[in-house]
Write a protein that binds this ligand. Structure first.
Ligand code: MG
Length: 392
């Protein structure tokens, strides 16, 4: 049977250095409270969690983690005056496991960018070495000062490690280290220091440079940047377009750039190619480029009677400028009359050429409305289009 794993999550910080006015662990990061992210990291590992926080904040923290539906029990324990006392309070809430080899991970609630792989490395080290403390190499040169603004010496950084959390130990060892520190009046800034004080070897595990402890506003900005990097938006976008034109005498009927013989034609400022208008709106919509009315206002004389195929070229150019090309398009033309099916192959051919897409990525359909509505009464023709575009 696997040794039980307990987590002590410290959430009692004041956030005073952040200037946020609330406990920093409650600050949202990418829309999720920091403490919820920190608790989630242990989903696959923990058998029980003790959340150490100020009693007046336990309700807000419970609310923050409730949506996670964590698969293990979470107990709330009041924090102490020091970090060390807070961990001690957490330890006293954990079961007394006798001779079992229970492991405990102590983690700062403000380190919400730790990841499961890091937890896994720490636990593996506890299993093998009895302890695992996340740490990273120091990249800055570190100097000691004489406290009057002068350097007293430069420390060789090759042997230095900056220590993070999680810090993992055998539960009984960490309990002993805390008891010994209390007896000796020893104060440490992390649990590893207490273990060292009690004479245990402390093994360092490979930490992560992303595992920031949110302390300052700058940390928050960096954390948001890391999260944004984690979830790049997909390079594909979809768009939809819809258009209607009235049928009238004395006009040509142009659909997808094809002249369809009919006694009536569509009324409009341009050639009133309703299908292409819907398609252009779909393309512009997908690219976040407003609509054709914005690009080609019907008050502009340049567009009077213009072929919508030329406007489509301009729309495609606007997309290219923004780094997009069409991936596929699908149109539906709604007309009671005339019968459009004989002209659809030419429409597809036109669009396929204009969009630089193979014909099987250009689909044009025609339907009637069973004589219902304005299309059914032959008063007008409507068209709908959807498209997918991709980033180039
Ligand atoms: Mg139109």
């Amino acid at each position: 049977m696997k040794d039980p794993v307990y987590v002590i999550l410290l959430a009692g910080g004041s956030g005073s250095r952040m200037g946020a006015g609330i406990n920093k662990v409650l600050l949202p990061l990418g829309g999720t409270p920091c403490i919820a992210r920190s608790a989630e990291i242990f989903r696959a590992f923990a058998d029980r969690m003790v959340l150490v926080c100020r009693p007046e904040e336990s309700e807000a923290i419970q609310k923050a983690i409730r949506p996670l539906s964590l698969p293990f029990p979470v107990d709330f324990v009041p924090g102490g005056d020091t970090r060390q006392q807070s961990v001690a309070n957490g330890l006293s809430a954990l079961p007394s496991d006798g001779e079992s080899a229970a492991m405990v991970l102590v983690h700062d609630g403000a380190r919400c960018l730790a990841d499961p792989a890091l937890v896994s490395r720490v636990l593996a080290d506890v299993t093998v070495f009895g302890s695992g403390v996340a740490s990273v190499g120091v990249t800055d040169t570190v100097k000691e000062t004489d406290l009057s603004g002068f350097v007293s010496r430069t420390i060789d950084r090759s042997s230095l490690r900056a220590v993070q959390t999680p810090q993992g130990f055998r539960l009984k060892d960490l309990r002993f280290a805390h008891e010994k520190a209390a007896e000796d009046g020893f104060e440490g800034t992390d649990d590893a220091a207490l273990m060292e004080h009690a004479g245990y070897p402390v093994h360092l595990s490979e930490g992560s440079r992303r595992n920031l402890k949110l302390t300052t506003k700058e940390d928050l900005i960096m954390a948001e940047a890391f999260l944004a990097d984690d979830s790049p938006l997909p390079p594909y976008r979809v768009g939809m377009g819809y258009d209607v034109h009235r049928l009238t005498e004395g006009r040509k009927l142009i659909l997808c750039g094809v002249e369809v013989p009919y006694s009536l034609g569509l009324l409009g400022h341009s050639d009133a190619d309703v299908a292409l208008h819907a398609l252009m709106d779909a393309l512009l919509g997908a690219a976040g480029l407003w609509d054709i009315g914005h690009h080609f206002p019907d008050t502009d004389a340049r567009y009077k009677g213009i072929s919508s195929m030329l406007l489509l070229d301009q729309v495609l150019e606007a997309l290219r400028e923004k780094g997009f090309v069409p991936s596929n398009v699908d149109l539906t033309i709604v007309a009671q009359q005339p019968k459009l099916s004989p002209y659809i192959p030419r429409m597809v051919e036109n669009l396929s050429r204009a969009l630089s897409l193979p014909a099987d990525r250009v689909n044009v359909k025609a339907t009637t409305t069973e004589h219902l509505g304005f299309e059914g009464r032959g008063e007008g023709i409507s068209a709908q289009a959807v498209c997918m575009i991709r980033q180039i």
